[in-house]
Write a protein that binds this ligand. Sequence first.
Ligand SMILES: [Mg+2]
Length: 311
Amino acid sequence: VRELELIAAIRAALGARGGRVVRSSGDDAAVVRARPFAVSSIDTVVEGTHFRRSTHRPADIGWKALATALSDIAAMGADPGEAFVALVLPGDFEDVLELVASMEELAERTGTTIAGGDVASGPALTVTVAVTGWADSQEALVGRDGARPGDLVAVTGELGGSEVGRRHLEAGRRDGDLVGRHLRPQPRLAEGAALARAGVSAMIDLSDGLATDAGHVGAASGVQLVVRLERLPRPPGVTAEEAASGGDDYELLVTVPPERRTAAQEAARLTWIGEVVAASPAGTDTSSTGPGLVLLGADGARADLRGYEHA
Ligand SMILES: [Mg+2]
């Protein structure tokens, strides 16, 4: 009975937007009016692995779960569409509606409809969000594998703030801009779609830290990204090393053909941090960032840093 009441209360807290959803929560399955290309991603956050209830309020957890899923839609250049949410709730967790309200606030801001979900009881608070984004053509979407030698490398926003904010939280602080960046990441949906239209050659969202994620673009594209540490945009109180290795910023990294530089700059506020070169011969690169990325320090020497690898 508790579960049925809960589902009814959750349903009452959700709104539909955009006119795509024909049937949603309350039927056996959702029915959505499709555009030609569906872009799908799923993310799970688990208590103890991605957050602690001692530092993250229910509203923070709901926001983060949807934000991380939407960030992957942003990184493809797609428009946000629908989200489906599965909750595993421990017996002592009573603030489900607070968690859902925060998720719904982000859904409303981004034009997303939470169109269905499931609730179960279990040992650790777990939030799984499946999202669908939409595009009208394949060319409108950007993968990780399009970077070419001669392209320029840029990022949106500032890096490292979320990781330093997380450490402030662990030390008992809840105030300040950096804590806010950790608790309420903003998926760069408008920027992702605009950068895709501007003709960027590759794009990825920075969830595990630039030192890890930029290497994914290099590896997928069969090239090497050369990034200069001192160029990384960072908020006050964050070092260049923290900007390179800190996770959970959810900014976008793009590679840009030189002739697309002006268009990309008009599409989003970007900082230019490096360039793309040909890959080094197989087996010759044994650095911690892998063969797809070279991080250069202010002295021009290679810096050995790692991003965050989720358990
Ligand atoms: Mg991603």
